[in-house]
Structure formats: C-alpha cells, structure tokens
Design a protein around this ligand. Structure first.
Ligand code: HEC
Length: 177
C-alpha cells in the first residue's frame, strides 16, 4: 500500500474510533453528573462563550421603562414571588440555590468592587437571561410566566441592587428592616 493509502486508512479509522471512544467514555466512564462532581476541563468556557455571544447579539441596549419607585417596588414583589427561592435575598441565602450546578448566584450579595449581584451587568443582559432562561442550568425562562413589563421591572431592580432602593423594595429584598 502506498503511504497515501495508509494515511487515508488511518484517517477513516480515526473518524470511526474517536466517536466510539467518546461514547464508551460517556456510557462506561464516570463523567461528572452529580452536583458535587468536578466539572469537565473547560466546561464553563464551552457553555459561556456561546451564551455570551448570543446575548450580545440579542440584548436590548436600554430599558423601555424608568426606574421609578413604583417599578422598583413591583420588581421587588416579583423577585420575592419568583426568584428568591433560588437566588435568596440580602443576608438570607437560598436553601437550594447553593446546592445546584451551576449554583444560582446570590443576586443581593456584594462582590468584587462594590457590585451587588448582577448590578455590574447591562440591564439588557439581565432582561435577556430572565426572559429566555439559561439552558441546562436550572435558570427558568419567564417569557410565558411574566409580562414583558414585569421582566423589565425585576431586571431594573437587579441592575440597581448596588444603589439605594425605595423603602418598600429595600425591605422586600432584605436590605432594610
Ligand atoms: C429554580 C431556580 C431558579 C429560579 C426560580 C430563578 N433562577 Fe435565576 N438562575 C438560576 C441558576 C442556577 C442560575 C445560574 C445560571 C448560570 O450559571 O449560567 C441563574 C442565573 C440567573 C441570572 C444570571 C446571573 C449571572 O451572574 O449572570 C440572573 C440575572 C437570574 N438568574 C435572574 C433570575 C430572576 C430575575 C428570577 C425570577 C424571575 C430567577 N432568576 C429565578 C436558578 C434560578
């Protein structure tokens, strides 16, 4: 056999053997499936890169509603009803959010340089995530459960979590007593 033929033969064998090896690993090896398992190498990147690219393409530049007291108070009510169970409130973390994989971040906890939750993300990005959900993470899509205005109200609230909130909203999310 000529060298080229041998090369082609190995190439074709490779095409068959490689997917087979991957299948055998998934079926018989112990890939991470439990919350406490160590993630795959690059697992985070594999998920984040396409998510960020999609959000950047689709997210609105700005909110169509203003952060009035009424909108922020309603946003806090929505947060208490739908989100607190996984994301907790200030000073009271969720009982289940930290035991998920990926874990549900605490959206009223301080981190980094003075940011609180996702206050350092553009509001349009948070709106996208709440509306569409994040596949394979446990973050639900609220497109059918909330109106567009309600999604904006809770997104505006989260984007201003590092700023003083109206008294009622602050009480609801545990920032004032
Ligand atoms: C069943 C649990 C659950 C509920 C209920 C839930 N979330 Fe989440 N959420 C998650 C998880 C898990 C993640 C992490 C996803 C990830 O790592 O990509 C997440 C991520 C997010 C993020 C992105 C955080 C970041 O750091 O980028 C935002 C914003 C968010 N949720 C907002 C909300 C809002 C608003 C609600 C209520 C309307 C809500 N979530 C309800 C589980 C939940």
């Amino acid at each position: 056999m000529s060298r080229t033929r041998v090369a082609v033969l190995f190439f074709i064998l490779g095409l068959i053997v490689l997917p087979l090896a991957v299948y055998v690993y998934f079926a018989l090896g112990s890939p991470p499936v439990a919350v406490a398992d160590t993630p795959f190498p690059f697992e985070d990147r594999v998920v984040r890169v396409p998510l960020q690219a999609r959000i950047r393409r689709e997210m609105p530049d700005s909110a169509p509603i203003q952060p009035t007291d009424e909108n922020l108070n309603t946003g806090a009510q929505i947060y208490q009803d739908k989100c607190e169970i996984c994301h907790g409130i200030a000073g009271e973390s969720s009982e289940i959010g930290g035991r998920m994989f990926p874990r549900a971040p605490e959206l009223f906890a301080k981190h980094g340089k003075g940011a609180v939750g996702v206050s350092d993300d553009p509001v349009g990005e948070t709106y996208w995530k709440v509306k569409n959900g994040i596949r394979l993470t446990g973050m639900p899509s609220y497109e059918k459960a909330l109106t567009d205005t309600q999604i904006w109200q809770v997104s505006l609230l989260l984007s201003r979590a590092d700023k003083p909130l109206p008294a009622e909203a602050a009480r609801t999310v545990g920032l004032a007593h």
